[in-house]
Design a binder for this molecule. Structure first.
Ligand SMILES: [Fe+2]
Ligand SMILES: [Fe+2]
Length: 317
């Protein structure tokens, strides 16, 4: 490619971004844009798949058929989200098998939240309410992401996430109308998940080196701190209605800002979990690897079938 062509291509790309239009798979894009998206979409896909584990843990112990059916549908949705996202990454030239290898070998990350254990059934409700709630705050702006396949995948994902959030909240409402022991179980779960949920938005803005570039590219629409604030403002009134307290004495309405003030998460804990030292990091990857190994015969069979099908098609007169 001549320097003149590459300048013209860069110019066209910049114009598409500036006009708020979508970049599509066959369009030219800077390698750094492509690689940033592959990394972000892969990390998102991995989070959906690893996120099936903490809740899947309760499928066999759900307290009723209704709760079991709801939880099963939710965990299946997360598998679907993972598949859409791996497909979106493939449109950028990534290889899905390679992404899975990178996850298993710890070379690509997934959301730190899924390294915490689910100790009680109330955790199923709290994950729906807080973790899926935080995911919605993060993902709704991604429906306007500059990369077309990612933005379109997010529209359906977000619709399903809102079902996840509501089933969690409804479960907690039911438990809060139950016995003292059930109410205590909900409160204890909220106490454990609140701070990790706030960490889902990533480090504070002054410690988030890639945010500015991602925003200039239209991949990201809001900073980490803006999204965290939005989540807190949405969640505090919901906690009041539910009748639980949030484990942060710093939460108070700020009339001037028209927003809630709140405390600082323990960023050293965030760093530890991210670097592999959370309570469940090893368990999550061990289980993922075992599932991948056990599925190797399925992949081999599907590949053999696809080859046979292709050669039969070719042999047709
Ligand atoms: Fe999801
Ligand atoms: Fe979800």
């Amino acid at each position: 490619m001549t320097p003149a062509t590459s300048t013209a291509l860069q110019h066209d790309f910049d114009a598409v971004i500036a006009a708020g239009q979508r970049v599509e798979p066959r369009d030219w894009m800077p390698e750094s844009y492509r690689n940033t998206l592959i990394r972000q979409i892969a990390q998102h896909a991995h989070s959906e798949i690893i996120g099936m584990q903490p809740e899947g843990n309760w499928l066999t112990r759900a307290p009723s058929l209704r709760r079991k059916a709801i939880l099963m549908a939710k965990v299946q949705d997360e598998a679907g989200h993972g598949l859409y996202l791996y497909s979106a990454a493939e449109t950028l030239g990534a290889d899905r098998a390679d992404l899975t290898t990178k996850l298993i070998e710890g070379r690509q990350k997934y959301s730190s939240i899924f390294n915490y254990p689910t100790l009680t059934f109330a955790d199923v409700g709290v994950i729906g309410w807080l973790v899926d709630g935080a995911a919605i705050c993060n993902q709704v702006p991604l429906c306007r992401c500059s990369y077309g396949p990612y933005a379109r995948a997010m529209i359906r994902v977000c619709k399903e996430e809102s079902f996840h959030q509501r089933q969690g909240y409804e479960l907690l409402m039911t438990m809060m109308r139950g016995t003292d022991a059930q109410r205590a179980m909900v409160q204890e779960s909220v106490d454990r998940w609140w701070w990790p949920a706030l960490m889902m938005f990533g480090p504070p803005d002054d410690n988030s080196p890639n945010t500015e570039r991602s925003m200039a590219w239209g991949i990201k629409r809001h900073t980490n701190d803006e999204l965290r604030q939005r989540f807190v403002d949405m969640t505090v009134p919901q906690a009041d209605i539910l009748g639980v307290s949030l484990p942060d004495p710093g939460i108070s309405w700020n009339e001037q800002r028209k927003a809630y003030d709140f405390g600082e998460p323990d960023w050293s804990e965030f760093a530890a979990v991210l670097s592999g030292n959370g309570p469940c990091n090893t368990e999550r990857i061990t289980i993922r690897k075992a599932a991948h190994d056990e599925g190797s015969w399925v992949r081999a069979a599907a590949t053999a079938y696809a080859h046979r099908h292709d050669s039969e098609e070719e042999a047709k007169p």
